[in-house]
Design a protein around this ligand. Sequence first.
Ligand code: TRP
Length: 76
Amino acid sequence: MESSKETQQKYIAIKALENGVTIIGLTRGKDTKFHHSEKLDKGEVMVAQFTEHTSAMKIRGKAEILTEYGSVQSGT
Ligand code: TRP
């Protein structure tokens, strides 16, 4: 069983409420750059973790975001 700190991080879930929702991963550390983007169509769900490389995510479009802190809706 993999047990590095990274894989133990909690997951967040993002459900697209319209087509073309974009999830952008921003780099951890002194610089803040886009390093990955992922497009979701309506109804698609992405389950993701923050990692050594990703400390923030930006979500464009209408989506429901579920975290351990609660849920929030983007794009409204
Ligand atoms: N590179 C920044 C960092 O690791 C990314 C970041 C995280 C950020 N949270 C932020 C940038 C809040 C602006 C505001 O800290």
